[in-house]
Design a protein around this ligand. Structure first.
Ligand code: M6R
Length: 613
């Protein structure tokens, strides 16, 4: 959560930082601020609300410089307000800090600073504690002061610091929260994520945990915890700046929904050999390795967790290995049975979700082998895993995850098929057949996207219905997709929605179905179709308004008083329908949110990358 940007060079720090912050707004957007080195002072401008508020504010009180740091906030300590916005300064405003993460011992440090140094605090934030602490440690050398302060701080954070007395320097530290350095000509940058820098640089350093960086206009020096200099290879980014733009779409979410066929194609083809076999390129999942594992955990959060639910079905079906799926925030604290016979699969779009990262670290420390499915190349999850399976979805900017989910599913299928073949649980013929079906998905998805006007119409009906509760039901693979559809709807439209395995309805939840209650019923599994028709009848009998989802050719769902409206998806094997089934649900959520006039790409209270526990 939160995004930080820093710039040192000859250009306008204000413009460059504000532009970078806009690209990071997905990480938090309840307030924003900027600290610029001007003359021998630090000038801070900060404002509650979106970056556009800050821009307006600065336009009325302009300041410019060639060195500065900026921040876009997702509040953790203290409500969103002008005062609590970053950057924060020490007492005489000679040090300014931007911060992403949490300082866990900030109460203790705050009391110590008040008692021992008479510090007066203005805000409720943990970040002000960092600024004041560095201020107290400062004796003319910013790097010394930062090292001294960091020694006293506990938690997970990335910080960027400037000092009034040092007009030629930014010092930044990474402890768990993401931090990259952009390498320019006569200028250098820090940022929380790549999109902030794409317009200016493609060469970056990925800063590792517990490293400190000093940036001047012409030089970047990385130090480890003991302050020994560290050499780092340059990482060249291949994403274009346009990939992080809306390109004519009204929202990133809609653009990203439409990018799914391409993302799936890319994810598939990068993993297929000319002979049509899955190539793992160094990923150790050989027959021998697989024999070693007696347990697989898939661990993730939110949408990525929902991809894990489908992954479990695929691995159990194709590879006949038992799999447990867990939300990362629970996994860590339930003392799971992890040892060197465990394969731990982490799924994460950002690769920076702290719950997932900490669960991974925990499993690793207990000897598990770590395989991750990640979108952001070089992210923490990717770097700390033994093996990485990248989803080639390109940058996902909308807070609501869409193309990351479908490409995560593709990776899970490839992993499951490979495991199945290696273990001898899946005949070659079946392996090839499913692979062919996967390769046919992008075109089927393009065809499905042509039904967007129909889905928009259904969304309009549901919007007019104006109900505050929506239910999603499904069986087997459809249950996993129902959870994802429900999450999409609630996070962007703020409608309370609830997903449940359809067979479980009658054990309690059906009590909530009343005349007119909208129920989205997923019936895409041929093997469970008849059973789903019965479940639809059960809710219809209680007056529900049913929107059904079925495979083309399965017409009964729309007959005999079943669903009120039906969306048909192209035919494909039951195991891989989630890739198609989720798309109408994404569009439904998108249009309902649009009709409700919601801020689709930046829903309230959320952030794209959740780097706090
Ligand atoms: O970056 P990650 O995939 O690790 O993020 C996990 C969740 O925070 C994320 O999927 C979240 O649930 C999405 N906003 C849902 O659309």
């Amino acid at each position: 959560m939160c995004g930080i940007v820093g710039y040192i060079g000859d250009g306008s720090a204000r413009g460059i930082i504000l532009d970078g912050l806009k690209k990071l707004e997905y990480r938090g957007y309840d307030s924003a601020g900027i600290a610029l080195h001007a003359g021998d002072k630090i000038e801070v401008r900060k404002k509650q609300g979106r970056i556009s508020n800050l821009e307006e504010f600065i336009a009325n009180d302009p300041v410019d410089s060639t060195l500065g740091v900026g921040h876009t906030r997702w509040a953790t300590h203290g409500a969103p307000s002008d005062i609590n916005s970053h950057p924060h300064c020490n007492g005489d405003s000679t040090i300014a800090v931007v911060h992403n993460g949490i300082v866990e011992n900030y109460v203790e440090l705050r009391e110590w600073l008040i008692k021992e140094h008479g510090v007066k605090f203005l805000s409720e934030t943990d970040t002000e504690v960092i600024a004041q602490l560095i201020g107290v440690c400062y004796r003319g050398d910013l790097l010394d002061a930062v090292y001294e302060a960091v020694e006293k701080m506990r938690g997970a954070y990335a910080i960027g610091v400037i000092a009034a007395g040092e007009p030629d320097k930014i010092v930044a530290v990474r402890k768990s929260s993401p931090l990259i350095v952009g390498l320019g000509q006569g200028c250098n940058f820090i940022a929380s994520d790549i999109p902030a820098l794409l317009r200016h640089v493609k060469d970056i350093y990925l800063i590792e945990n517990n490293e400190t960086v000093v940036l001047t206009r012409d030089q970047v020096t990385i130090y480890d915890k003991e302050r020994k200099e560290v050499k780092r290879d340059v990482f060249h980014v291949t994403w274009s700046a346009e990939a992080a733009e809306k390109e004519g779409y009204p929202h990133f979410m809609l653009k990203e929904i439409h990018e799914q066929p391409g993302g799936i194609e890319e994810t598939l083809t990068r993993r297929l050999s000319p002979e049509g076999m899955i190539k793992l390129d160094g990923i150790s999942l050989t027959r021998k390795e697989l024999e070693r594992f007696n347990r697989i955990y898939i661990v993730a959060c939110g949408t990525a967790y929902h991809a894990g639910l489908v992954g479990k079905y695929a691995i159990e079906k194709f590879a006949r290995l038992p799999v447990e799926v867990d939300v990362a925030s629970e996994f860590r604290y339930r003392d799971p049975l992890v040892d060197e016979k465990t394969l731990f699969i982490a799924i994460s779009q950002s690769g920076e979700t702290l719950d997932t990262l900490e669960a991974l670290r925990d499993a690793k420390s207990k000897g598990a082998r770590i395989l991750s499915v990640v979108n952001v190349v070089g992210s923490s999850v990717a770097r700390e895993s033994d093996d990485v399976f990248y989803t080639w979805a390109g940058p996902e900017i909308a807070v609501a995850s869409t193309k990351a989910y479908t490409t995560q599913l593709i990776c899970m299928y490839l992993i499951a098929l490979h495991m199945g073949l290696e273990r001898g649980a899946l005949p070659m013929e079946e392996y090839k057949r499913i692979l062919q079906e996967l390769l046919a998905l992008p075109d089927k998805l393009r065809k499905l996207l042509e039904t967007e006007p129909d889905i928009r119409e259904i969304a309009w009906e549901l919007f007019l219905y104006n109900k505050n509760d929506v239910f999603f039901i499904g069986r087997g693979n459809d249950a996993g997709v129902a959870y994802e559809g429900s999450l999409k709807l609630k996070e962007i439209s703020y409608i309370n929605s609830f997903a449940i395995a359809a067979g479980e309805l009658k054990h309690g939840t059906i009590a909530l179905i009343e005349p007119g209650t909208p129920v989205i019923a997923l019936a895409t599994q041929d093997a469970l179709y008849e059973k789903m028709l019965s479940n639809i009848q059960e809710v219809k009998a209680r007056g529900a308004y049913v929107v059904g989802l079925a495979k083309e050719g399965n017409q009964e769902i729309g007959k005999r008083g079943n669903a009120n409206r039906v969306v048909y998806i192209p035919r494909c094997p039951d195991e891989i329908t989630p890739v198609l089934a989720v798309v109408p649900l994404q569009l439904l959520a998108y249009y309902i949110a649009k009709f409700r006039d919601c801020d689709i790409d930046k829903p309230k209270n959320l952030a794209k990358s959740v780097t706090v526990e």
